[in-house]
Ligand binder design. Structure first.
Ligand code: UDX
Length: 424
């Protein structure tokens, strides 16, 4: 059974490498020639720990030629982007375009395996619109976290297969036989909403702990101990209870808006989800309030920002909260000096350097002359910096706002910083 992965992005490349890593021959198609050229030279289009080695190990042929691929393969993993439209609705145009091509040109008995995150109901709608029963549609959503995608591929908590065709479900399940995880076989729409409901629930956990953290600050409690204390309850679980600036990235914001939009369309508002989105939208202002409470205003102040990727171990800056902080600080008249171990180049494409925004490639020089330092992403490298040295480069009042509760408050205060975390 010849396998083709369509889309060489965060999901497609990991899927191609994961399947090839399981010993299958895989063709990986992307419409961007420059991306395919890079991949043919063994270079990755983005940073993902372990991906380069896995791609090199596997037998993957990279091509831009979708047409001939459609004729010579039977299983098509669709891994193209499904970004948000401005009203929160999911833009399915890329998925629609690819599925149409497959249904038009693939051989009878071929299978469409939808890995892209599509709004619940999309699969059945596509099957109806395409009107070709000799092609089988399977929903197989991914649960890959950026920065941990390779381990998430080989050690998933579960594999979800949505199909009305048991034979197809069995065939796709067999592709994962080298992976030790429960396989949940269900219908297409249930598989689609499992993905959205999973991400939505994780954001509810994050927003919940952020609200508790905000209260902790007012009542003098410590959110680290609170999160630890509640997380030990197996019914709650300790993951996704890290308080901080809130969630960003290319999935949580888009998937929560998409589900919020869809539920409103059905007149069945998900109030918990809407509240989680609102909490997250407000959380970044906690950091601005902390800056203002010590600096009184940001006009003419110099602020160092550490961390531009939406989370560590990725160069992905999509919907990174760091940019929202930069925009607010610039608007308030501050000068911002930004540093990130690997995402600075991507960051400059979002907000180019300006007369009050610089990007430094030296973690120490970046703090030079700053009244305040904001940690926005918990890169492990930041824990290894000499914070005494950083403090020595800064100026009074040596304000340190730890947006991810990543640093040791006692150590930071011992260095002479006015340390403030979130909820502790
Ligand atoms: C997420 C889902 O975890 C993954 O299953 C899905 O396939 C894609 O979306 P990802 O977006 O890569 O993965 O990042 P994740 O590690 O889930 O973190 C998402 C955001 O939540 C980040 O901005 C992170 O900083 C934030 N977060 C996460 C918290 O603020 N607190 C936490 O405790 C955990």
């Amino acid at each position: 059974m010849k396998i083709c992965v369509i889309g060489a992005g965060y999901v497609g490349l990991v899927t191609a490498a994961g399947l090839a890593g399981g010993g299958k021959e895989v063709t990986c198609v992307d419409k961007l020639p420059e991306k395919i050229e890079l991949l043919k030279k063994g270079q990755m289009p983005f940073y993902e720990p372990g991906l380069k080695e896995l791609v090199e190990k596997g037998r993957i042929n990279f091509t831009c030629d979708l047409k001939s691929t459609l004729k010579s393969n039977q299983v098509f993993f669709v891994c193209v982007g499904t970004p948000s439209l401005t009203n929160g609705q999911i833009d399915l145009s890329q998925v629609h375009e690819i599925v149409k091509e497959i249904y038009a040109q693939a051989k009878d008995g071929s299978m469409v395996v939808m890995k892209s995150t599509v709004s619940p109901g999309t699969g059945l709608k596509l099957i109806r619109e395409m009107g070709r029963d000799s092609i089988v549609y399977v929903s197989n959503p991914e649960f890959l976290r950026e920065g941990q995608a390779i381990s998430d591929w080989f050690h998933p908590d579960r594999i979800i297969i949505g199909s009305s065709n048991q034979q197809a479900a069995k065939l796709i399940s067999a592709l994962y036989k080298n992976i030790d995880a429960p396989i949940v076989s269900t219908d297409i729409t249930s598989a689609e909403i499992i993905k959205y409901a999973s991400n939505a629930y994780l954001t509810v956990k994050v927003s919940f702990i952020n609200e508790i953290a905000n209260l902790c600050e007012l009542i003098g409690a410590n959110i680290d101990d609170v999160a630890h204390g509640i997380g030990l309850d197996k019914r709650i679980g300790s993951s996704f209870l890290k308080a901080g600036l809130g969630y960003g990235g290319s999935c949580f914001p888009k998937d929560t808006r998409g589900l919020d939009f869809l539920s409103a369309q059905y007149g069945c508002n998900l109030h918990l989800l809407s509240a989680s989105i609102r909490v997250n939208a407000n959380q970044k202002f906690r950091v601005i309030q902390k800056l203002l409470s010590v600096l009184s205003d940001l006009h003419g102040k110099r602020i160092a920002l550490y961390g531009l990727s939406f989370k560590p171990q990725t160069d992905d800056v999509r919907e990174s909260i760091a940019f929202e902080l930069i925009n607010i600080m610039l608007k308030e008249g501050a000068t911002v000096q930004a540093y990130d171990p690997i995402a600075a180049d991507n960051a400059k494409k979002i907000i180019p350097p300006g007369d009050r925004l610089t990007y430094s490639n030296d973690a120490y020089l970046n703090a030079q002359g700053c009244q305040a330092l904001v940690l926005a992403t918990e890169w492990p490298e930041f824990a290894k910096l000499s914070w005494e040295k950083l403090k020595g480069l800064m100026v009074d009042p040596y304000l340190l706002i730890d947006g991810r509760n990543f640093l040791d408050p006692h150590k930071m205060r011992a260095c002479g910083f006015q340390y403030q975390g979130i909820g502790r």
